[in-house]
Design a protein around this ligand. Structure first.
Ligand code: PMV
Length: 331
């Protein structure tokens, strides 16, 4: 194996993925809903993989010996097999740096597994196209499948039990539309429940789960059409509908759960109030307490100023559409 370095940018789902298919092997990690995302320039992961005497995973300078490390090594095994290499996988030292807050609902798993996939493919000499790399990244984390591409990305659910028709693709490049995503960070407590467990609880107990899954294809098609037309009010309406159907599904689970805190709700209400007063911006929230606002480049600074002044908001960051994931062999 070689030493390789990769970068991958995080993404925000404009149409969400929540729930896993149960008619296919769990290892494939197939989503119950397709999703549509925007890759973000300012939030990204850099990963270096080099040969070593023993497996080691270091994140932001700290060596991990936990579940996160086990997932990383399992992904390296998967990548070694995908590279068609015989024999035992060589031990590797994986060093990742997150240029974003980890495990706070800012999709560090998306950029993390996308960067790991790209770096491992380069280190192991795997000749794989981006579609295949995306399918491999998905097995590490569903949202990572989308971070292989920059710009605007669609991941279709597919129907086949082998998952071969569950593929992500670039819809439009980053320069198609100069939108912004204003990331409003509220105080990050510990997550009440991990995303995989939360999806399972929603699937098995929420009476809204089937409605959520059934409505997803229509949201995706509407969002794609609005994106092509650069129609922010139409896209924004779909973005909010997809987001709040997902969160309603969580709230209607038994026992109920939510990733929101009080500030999450105050920020949401502030966005809706400003929009009613004429400022275009649309809310989306993932499996975490932060609020993201989709808006135009022209209004981003006003949103930052207004939302940054709200009590409980700890940081506000603006992201533009970001680039493809990339990798290079460095030794
Ligand atoms: O890929 P995961 O397991 O981190 O799940 C992502 C789920 C959401 O962020 C809530 C939605 C999405 O499509 O990114």
């Amino acid at each position: 194996m070689k030493t390789a370095r990769a970068t991958a940018h995080s993404n925000i789902a404009l149409c969400k993925y929540w729930g896993k298919r149960v008619d296919a092997p769990a290892e494939l990690n197939l989503p119950a809903t397709g999703s549509l995302s925007l890759t973000l320039d300012a939030l990204w992961t850099e990963t270096v993989i080099e040969p070593a005497g023993a497996d080691r995973f270091e994140l932001d300078g700290v060596t991990h010996v936990d579940d996160a490390a086990r997932k990383v090594f399992a992904h390296l095994d998967r990548m070694w097999r995908a590279a068609g290499r015989d024999g035992a996988r060589p031990h590797a030292h994986v060093r990742s740096t997150n240029h974003l807050p980890t495990a706070a609902g800012l999709a560090s798993s998306a950029s993390g597994f996308a960067a790991l996939t790209m770096a491992a493919a380069a280190a192991f000499g795997a000749e794989l196209d981006r579609t295949r790399l995306s399918a491999l990244a998905r097995m590490g984390s569903g949202s990572a499948a989308r971070s292989i591409w920059g710009g605007f990305v669609r991941l279709d659910r597919g129907d086949r039990p082998d998952g071969e028709d569950c593929v992500a693709r670039s819809l439009l490049p980053a320069d198609h539309w100069d939108v912004r995503l204003v990331v409003v960070q509220t105080t990050a407590g510990k997550k009440p429940i991990g995303s995989t467990a939360g999806m399972e609880r929603s699937r098995t107990t929420s009476p809204y789960y089937d409605a959520w899954v059934d409505g997803a294809p229509q949201d995706l098609d509407r969002a794609e059409a609005a994106l092509v037309a650069r129609d922010l009010p139409t896209l924004g309406a779909v973005v909010e509908h997809s987001c709040f159907k997902m969160h309603a599904c969580m709230l209607a689970s038994s026992p109920p759960f939510t990733y929101w805190n009080g500030t999450t709700v105050e920020v949401m209400r502030a966005v809706w109030a400003s929009r009613a007063a004429g400022l275009d911006g649309f809310v989306t929230i993932d499996a975490g307490p932060h609020v993201k606002v989709l808006c135009t480049a022209q209004t981003a600074a006003t949103w930052v100023q207004q939302l940054g002044a709200l009590p409980g908001v700890v940081a506000v960051q603006t992201c533009a559409p970001g680039p493809d994931a990339a990798a290079e062999v460095i030794a």
